[in-house]
Design a binder for this molecule. Structure first.
Ligand SMILES: NCc1[nH]cc(CCC(=O)O)c1CC(=O)O
Length: 324
């Protein structure tokens, strides 16, 4: 007996998808190490998992998160693991973002037929439309903008579903390629199926992509879970999410954002566009971050400032404009 069996295990709430289970399993091991407690996974079905409607119809990626948050607030679980990019920028009162562990690969990945890259697909499909599956307006906007600039005959096809379902569109021959997050494929041990890692210059990732969020309610538990926090990752995603939150208040066009570190400088790239790729606005900002207790607020200020510049430069006029 090591004594661990006598204390109640921590209940870690997770979605049931293969990706969520893989992510939660990894975090559970780390949580067990820092808390010295056993961790059991509690599977929670979210509306996003059972509905086949498009994410836009059912209210965005927040549908994956709200059932887990309800379980936390009702005390049915002690902590929850989310993909940070699915986490709405506004959190209900009482929830603590206890840890943002070190980020995985941030890039989007192409899984294409015959091992091809995007450029090869377009080059080898003369006279035929290249069909690329993605349900993400952000990915559609950037793929379509890329194709327009090249005069390439490419069509984005809205698809949804888990990683298996999406890759099956390619293996079945229905689509030429699909775009997925590299991080998800890596965590599932399926990186070998990636045929191209898309350069962020072509396909800027979603705010928070590749990062996880560990949420809980109990401040004592949060203080222990803070040992899983990776500060450079947290500052980066704080900047990206501040940009997203500010843009969400000003327009509803697709948004991409990526903060990267160069020494003590945080560089933030942002993209806002129209889904058809006819307009794509790209801007970046740099901030030397002082690594003190205000680092997160400095990162957030960088994100808000870039969002305001994007809005002033035309993001507010893009399709889907909201009154402001
Ligand atoms: N929108 C669903 C979602 N949420 C997080 C990931 C991947 C893992 C990550 O970005 O951390 C995915 C799948 C995808 O975009 O291919």
């Amino acid at each position: 007996m090591n004594g661990q069996e006598t204390v109640t295990p921590l209940r870690l709430g997770t979605r049931r998808s293969a990706l969520a289970m893989a992510q939660s399993g990894m975090v559970a091991e780390e949580v067990a190490k820092v808390t010295g407690r056993r961790v059991e996974l509690v599977e929670i079905t979210t509306y996003g998992d059972v509905s086949r409607e498009s994410l836009a119809q059912i209210g965005g990626t927040g549908v994956f998160v709200s059932a887990l948050r309800d379980a936390l607030l009702e005390g049915r679980i002690d902590l929850a693991v989310h993909s940070l990019k699915d986490l709405p920028t506004a959190a209900p009162a009482g929830l603590l973002l206890a840890a943002v562990p070190e980020r995985e690969d941030v890039r989007d990945a192409l899984v294409a037929r015959d091992g091809l890259t995007l450029a090869e697909l377009v080059g080898k499909s003369a006279g035929r439309t290249v069909r690329v599956g993605t349900g993400s307006p952000r990915r559609m906007a950037q793929l379509n903008a890329w194709a327009r600039a090249l005069g390439a005959d490419l069509e984005t096809v809205p698809i949804r579903g888990n990683v298996d379902t999406r890759i099956h569109y390619v293996t079945s021959g229905e689509l030429d390629a699909v775009v997925l997050a590299t991080a998800g494929l890596n965590r599932l041990g399926r990186s070998a199926e990636i045929t191209e890692h898309l350069d962020p210059a072509l396909m800027l990732p979603a705010p928070g992509q590749g990062a996880l969020a560990v949420e809980c309610v109990d401040p004592t538990l949060a203080a222990v879970l803070a040992r899983l926090d990776h500060r450079p990752t947290r500052a980066a995603v704080v900047a990206e999410r501040a940009l997203l939150a500010t843009l969400e208040a000003g327009c509803s066009a697709p948004v991409a954002a990526l903060a990267t570190w160069a020494g003590t400088e945080l560089r933030l790239d942002g993209v806002v566009g129209t889904t058809d790729g006819a307009e794509l606005l790209k801007m970046s900002a740099n901030g030397p971050l002082v690594p003190d207790e205000t680092a997160e607020e400095q990162a957030a200020a960088l994100g808000r400032a870039l969002a305001v510049r994007l809005l002033d430069t035309g993001a507010a006029n893009l399709m889907g404009e909201r009154a402001r």
